[in-house]
Design a protein around this ligand. Structure first.
Ligand SMILES: Nc1ncnc2c1ncn2[C@@H]1O[C@H](COP(=O)(O)OP(=O)(O)OP(=O)(O)O)[C@@H](O)[C@H]1O
Ligand SMILES: [Mg+2]
Length: 329
């Protein structure tokens, strides 16, 4: 398992070159953030850096403290201790400067159902200085609502409302978009769409995206990196392999075979070091391709293969183990 330092990659922290020139800083820094309500510690000494330009997932079971953290990040809730900086500005001490860089959907976005999506955007744009008509058009394109933007919001599906919400949130060109459980209530196709256009947004607008969820599978599809939180504490941060990398990773595989000694010899002929795993099985480090190759070689050499299984845990297993399942805490 990656350590926190490995996963976050402290090279993205304040990097000052020898000439003293400022290279990069995280778009969000949570520093020892603590929130207590009454006697209950809801967020406990949470520190986290979000690198610029990534889709960053905030994963935790129900009640873990995701919404509470997000509410503090957007200044809707005070901190008991610690500090939150957005693009280097303290959300508590430099609120205006910090919040200028943030677009967020925390609770359901406010929309007028009897106006069209477009009219909603115009209405919203009036409340923000310097939003041109061109920017509105641009945002409509970015979120892919197409001609439906001129239909009344009450005729929109949940996914379309979600898109309109994102359009509203990015009108003022924030550097950071924060979405609390945006996949809630979406069907698998809607989740896929959301993922695709969030990733597109990160790429086209160079926007960093912070998105919370209690579902690992969604996070894996959507994010470059995921922080896992439980009981208000950060328990892990890790990079997520994106599509196409699947199966490239080596894992330990166990082959149940008819003849262990023979199987080890065949593996050795392929340049692979296998070891006995009990009386009737061998274990070997392999990626997907090698598993297929080994299997073919065993069969060809007359070694019967009764079963092949991967050892070690999937990310999902690890998450469930770390968080104690999906139970509410
Ligand atoms: N105003 C409050 N007063 C007391 N406790 C609170 C308050 N707000 C949140 N909590 C508690 O803090 C914990 C974290 O809640 P939070 O809403 O941040 O969790 P979450 O990770 O967003 O969960 P979910 O996945 O269900 O949305 C919960 O135990 C919740 O009951
Ligand atoms: Mg929540």
């Amino acid at each position: 398992m990656l350590s926190f330092e490995d996963a976050v990659g402290y090279n993205v922290n304040y990097v000052i070159s020898e000439g003293g020139c400022f290279i990069s800083q995280p778009i969000v820094q949570l520093q020892n953030v603590t929130k207590r309500i009454g006697k209950k510690t809801i967020i406990n000494d949470l520190s986290l850096d979000l690198p610029v330009g990534e889709v960053f997932g905030f994963l935790g079971p129900n009640g873990a403290g995701k919404t509470t953290t997000i509410r503090m990040m957007v200044g809707l809730m005070s901190l008991t201790g610690g500090e939150i900086k957005i693009d280097g500005y303290s959300i508590t001490k430099q609120y205006q400067k910090a919040i200028r860089n943030v677009g967020a959907i925390v609770e359901n976005p406010e929309m007028y159902k009897y106006l069209s999506g477009y009219q909603n955007l115009i209405h919203f744009a009036r409340m923000i200085p310097d939003i041109s008509d061109e920017r509105i058009e641009e945002v409509v394109k970015l979120v892919g609502l197409g001609s439906r933007i001129h239909d009344k919001v009450r005729t929109y599906s949940l996914g379309m409302r979600q898109r309109l919400g994102v359009a509203q949130a990015i009108l003022h060109r924030p550097k950071l978009l924060i979405l609390d459980e945006p996949t809630n209530g979406l069907d698998p196709a809607g989740i896929r769409e959301l993922r695709d256009y969030l990733r597109q947004l990160a790429k086209d607008e160079g926007i960093s995206i912070f998105v919370s969820s209690h579902l690992l599978a969604e996070m894996e599809l959507m994010c470059d990196r995921v922080a896992i939180i439980q009981n208000g504490k950060l328990i892990d941060v890790r990079g997520i392999k994106q599509q196409g990398d699947d199966g490239a990773e080596s894992r330990r595989f166990v082959f149940e075979v008819g003849n262990v000694v023979e199987a080890i010899t065949v593996a050795a002929q392929l340049g692979q070091k296998a070891e006995a795993d009990g009386q009737s099985a061998i274990a070997i480090e392999a990626d997907r391709e090698l598993v297929a190759k080994l299997n073919a070689a065993f069969v060809e050499a007359g070694v019967s293969v009764y079963g092949i299984r991967a050892q070690g845990k999937s990310l999902e297993d690890q998450f469930l183990e770390m968080t104690g399942g999906e139970q509410i805490v």
